[in-house]
Design a protein around this ligand. Structure first.
Ligand code: PLP
Length: 416
């Protein structure tokens, strides 16, 4: 059976061009980039080149890129790291006998974040004494900017709003959010203790957006950004956190020795100390190639998959006139079709499609093992039945018109 894969938001196949550039780094150029001999230096040069390539695409300095083991880890690094840095400022204040000006830190995250931000934020609230504000979204799944304006306080250390949602594909107004943060900083140039106030920092999880949208952090106005290799036709097991140059961020700090973010994984000091652990050289080399390809194919692919998605949607609508989209309009990633068909069980449909050779997802893939209704669809105001039974089709580079026609035919058979 020729299977059809329509779950590209969950995972993408590794592009053969990516595999090719990775190959020498398994058994030939296998040295540890930290070693001083030629084997190590070759590996180190490959990591440097990859970092530079990704930095060029993101229009940033190569030192702004921190490689991690996944996007989840990058999200953990920024959230835990910024909060910990804030606590260390508080501790330093105490050490020098100053009144603790830092107080209890606040983080603001949207209600539709991926679990690697959402669940972590819940954990930070319950176990780390962090004051967490979850930002509501409107019925289209877009963060309410007024709620953000009201939520920012003097002890807000970090705001994290994803660039595009993994379940609905809805794109968030990151530039407008960045403007709000910038204005807040301008209006609050000093903290209550009279020192320069650089908080809050702005982070965006661009894991899903990167494939289809330009993601230069300086153009978006963000201080931190997460990207993943696994969603852009590269290998799993590598992600990256962009962080605005620490030197540039240093003015935020009250003492020379404190950085705006603390590392979470401590050890050999790799990644300029931000993330210890021997670099995954083949994956990092593959990451750079995947980034290059994604940037080169971005516009053409966006147009192509949007046309296929339109075909799929009109086919579904003909078969199931009551079907509705959970997100639509321009501000949705072009490959995402998240639908609800009243009276149809999402889970049963997923299994039936799978048996017929079509892979789709109900809710987000990363939480596919849970039977809870999607927290994203609930946040958009849909009821539990709709949140549980919606189906996500995500198209990708290998999706063809023939495949879409076949899926429509299979759906027609399943309807009988
Ligand atoms: N952020 C978003 C928006 C995602 O879609 C995902 C995975 O689907 C992640 C973060 C986490 O990626 P990983 O599981 O590779 O760490």
């Amino acid at each position: 059976m020729n299977r059809i894969y329509l779950d590209y938001a969950a995972a993408t196949p590794v592009d053969p061009r990516v595999v090719k550039v990775m190959q020498p780094y398994f058994s030939e150029t296998f040295g540890n980039p930290g070693s001083l001999h030629s084997f190590g230096q070759e590996a180190s040069a490959a990591v440097f080149k990859a970092r530079q390539t990704i930095a060029n695409e993101l229009k940033c300095h190569y030192q702004d890129i921190v490689f991690t083991g996944s996007a989840t880890e990058a999200n953990n690094l920024v959230i835990k790291g910024v909060v910990e840095a804030w606590y260390s400022v508080a501790r330093t204040d105490q050490m020098f006998g100053k009144k603790n000006q830092a107080g209890r830190p606040r983080i603001i995250v949207s209600e539709i974040e991926h679990e690697s931000v959402y669940a972590l934020a819940q954990e930070m609230a319950s176990s780390h004494g962090v004051d967490v504000v979850f930002l509501p979204v409107d019925k289209n799944g877009v963060v309410r900017l007024n709620a953000l304006k009201k939520a920012i306080t003097e002890n807000t250390v970090l705001i994290s709003v994803m660039y595009a949602n993994n379940e609905t594909g809805v794109v968030q107004p990151i530039k407008e959010i960045a403007q709000i943060v910038k204005e807040y900083r301008q209006n609050h140039p000093t903290s209550s203790s009279g020192e320069k106030n650089w908080w809050p920092f702005l982070h965006t999880d661009a894991v899903q957006a990167f494939q289809y949208l330009p993601c230069a952090p300086s153009e978006l106005g963000v201080d931190f950004m997460t990207i993943s290799c696994a969603k852009i036709y590269g290998p799993k097991g590598v992600g990256a956190l962009y962080m605005a140059n620490p030197e540039r961020m240093k003015p935020a700090l009250k003492t020379e020795d404190i950085f705006p973010m603390s590392p979470v994984i401590i050890g050999g000091g790799q990644e300029q100390g931000w993330r210890s652990g021997t670099e995954n050289v083949p994956a990092i080399v593959g990451f750079a190639k995947a980034v290059e390809l994604a940037a080169a194919l971005r516009q053409k692919e966006a147009k192509r998959v949007a046309a296929l998605r339109a075909e799929l949607w009109s086919g579904i609508k003909k078969l199931f006139p009551k079907a509705v989209r959970n997100s639509e309009g321009e501000e949705v990633l072009p490959n995402n079709l998240n639908v609800y068909i009243p009276g149809v069980s999402g889970e049963q449909m997923l299994v039936a499609l799978d048996l017929a050779g079509v892979a789709v997802s109900s809710g987000s893939a990363c939480s596919a093992r849970s039977i809870n209704p999607s927290h994203v669809l609930l946040a958009m105001g849909f009821d539990t039945v709709r949140a549980k039974n919606s189906i996500r089709f995500t198209l990708g580079r290998d999706t063809t018109r023939q495949q879409i026609k076949k899926v429509i035919t299979i759906l027609g058979e399943l309807r009988k």
